[in-house]
Structure formats: structure tokens, C-alpha cells
Design a binder for this molecule. Sequence first.
Ligand code: ADE
Ligand code: ZN
Length: 337
Amino acid sequence: MSDLDAFIRGIPKAELHMHLEGSIEPQLMLDLAQRNGLKLRWDTAAALRAAYQFTNLQSFLDLYFEGCRVLIHEQDFYDVTAAYLDRAHQDGVTRAEIFFGPQSFTERGVGIATMMNGILRAIDDGARKHRISAALLVSAHRHRSEADALALLEQIVPWRDRVVGIGMGGAEVGNPPSKFENFFRACRDRGFRTTIHAGEEGPATYVRQALELGVDRIDHGISCLGDPDLVRDLAERKIPLTVCPLSNFRLKVVPSLAQHPLKALMDAGVHVTVNSDDPPYFDGYVSENLIACQRALDLSRDDIVTLARNSFKAAFISPDEVAGALAAIDAYVANFR
Ligand code: ADE
Ligand code: ZN
């Protein structure tokens, strides 16, 4: 490992865009299937991993939703959350804001309390075990109706104190942010922070719509580069983009990492952060995303520090917590040998 790779792995960082259902490692997926008496289409972890070849977002979502079937009982939700937090801790993650989409499970009869209790118990154990601060972002599916999203919002209100924000993912093209105007207003009225996937496969107009919804962050957002006025507005309004470079490459949103717009966005003054999205599916946790971008885009050590600082400044944490995290980065940089 080069010095710069070690520097990247160790620097304190926040991960703000990672889907719990997309973090199930192939072996854990097989183990959970066996525990729950389910037969998967693959018998080995290697065979499952080999299936992770995608042509676009939908080809990934098909496999991702198929994988969700293995999560049924509270302990399953605990195990997948604990496994992610263990792995994130090795990557220097000290703050994790984890997306979770209950609609995949409620439609199969899994109770909301079953999921929440498992995930939140693992988050509490992760705080004790690794001193990692983790929080839940409940994510609605944009390919379902706005009424479905509003029903989900009502279901999670009892967990208001444990859900830091509400997001939205799923099939983007044909399901623009404007479809969910009432939903995002209702989320804000109930005191939740908000974020939405936009500008992953969708055009710059979807990113503009996301901005007009008044969300606190935009997930992906990279198609904004097609609209210079929009890039300027994002920079001026300091709306963070949670960018996922390996995801974009593996879903063929960009032809190569060398052509990824991450650095161009940084240079344009946009507040970008680097994240893993669905790490085993795209073959990389957050540090691997940063290391791959460093090589492909020739990022400097200062660029890496900027990205780490951006990750905490964009997190849904208090100003004191941001200040503490930035001080920890300064100390790390000063002491790194
Ligand atoms: N859900 C999980 N990963 C996603 C992605 N990259 N885009 C939209 N929805 C998702
Ligand atoms: Zn995502």
C-alpha cells in the first residue's frame, strides 16, 4: 500500500450515501438465505459476485431487490448493519448516515419495528464497539407512488428521534423529483432533514427540480455539469452532492473513472463528498472509492483532505460535532507519517 493509500484509508471521514440493502456481502447473503430457508440462484459467494455485472441502474436494481429477500427477521437486519459498521470502521469512517428502504420489506409482511429494532440495536452496539456515530436515513422508492411514500412517512414517525433524515432512491428516469413535492414538504413539516437521488441517470433538469424541492443534500447529482447555471447555483447555495464514483462507473453512468466529473465539480466550487452507494455490488467501500479516484483523477493529498472535510460539513450533525470532526482531521494530517 502506498503512503497516499494509507493516508486515504486512515483519514477520519463520514459516509453519507450507502444503502444498507446494498451492503450485504455475497457470503452473508448466502448465509442469511440458508438461515431463512430460501434458495438463491447462486450457490457460492464467487458465483454471486460474478453476477454483479450491470448495464445500467435498472439492471442493478433488479439484483438489489432480489437480494433484499434474505432480510426477514430482526437479527438479519442487525447482522447486515453490524457487518457494514465493522467494515466502515476499518476505512476510517467515524460518521455513517445509512440509507434504508422499508418498502421492499413491508410489502412482504416484515413489520417496521422488526427492521428498525435490528438496525438501531446494531447502530448502538457500533457506537460502543467502534465509537462510530451512525444514523438512519429512511429512503422511499421513487418508482412507487407519492401516496406510498406518504404512507411510509407516517409509519416511521414513531421513530422520529432515531431517523436523521428521509431520502429517495430507485429507478430515476421517468420518476422526477417533482413527482414528490408534497412528500418532501410533509417530511420537512415533520422535522426531518431531506435528500434525494437526482442526476445519476436523470438529466440536469432533475437536479434543478431537486434543488427547487428544498432538499438539504442531493445524492449523485453529477449530471448538473450539463447546466453551468445550475452548477453555479449548487455552489452558491452550498448544497452538498454525495457522489459515488465506482457506482457511476459500474452502472455505466460514466465510461471510465478518468472521465468522472468529481474533480471538475470540486474545481467549480461544488460541495462534493465521496461515498460507496452499494459497496459489494460495485466492488468498493468508501476508501476504495477515494483511492480509485485519486489514481484516475490524479487527486492531491489536499484534495483528499478537502473531500474528508466536506463529508463532515455535509453530515446531519451539530456544528459542535462538525468542529470536533474537522479538528480530528487536522490532528490526523499533522501526525501522519
Ligand atoms: N438504491 C440503491 N442504490 C441506488 C442507486 N445507485 N440509485 C438509485 N437507487 C438506489
Ligand atoms: Zn444511492
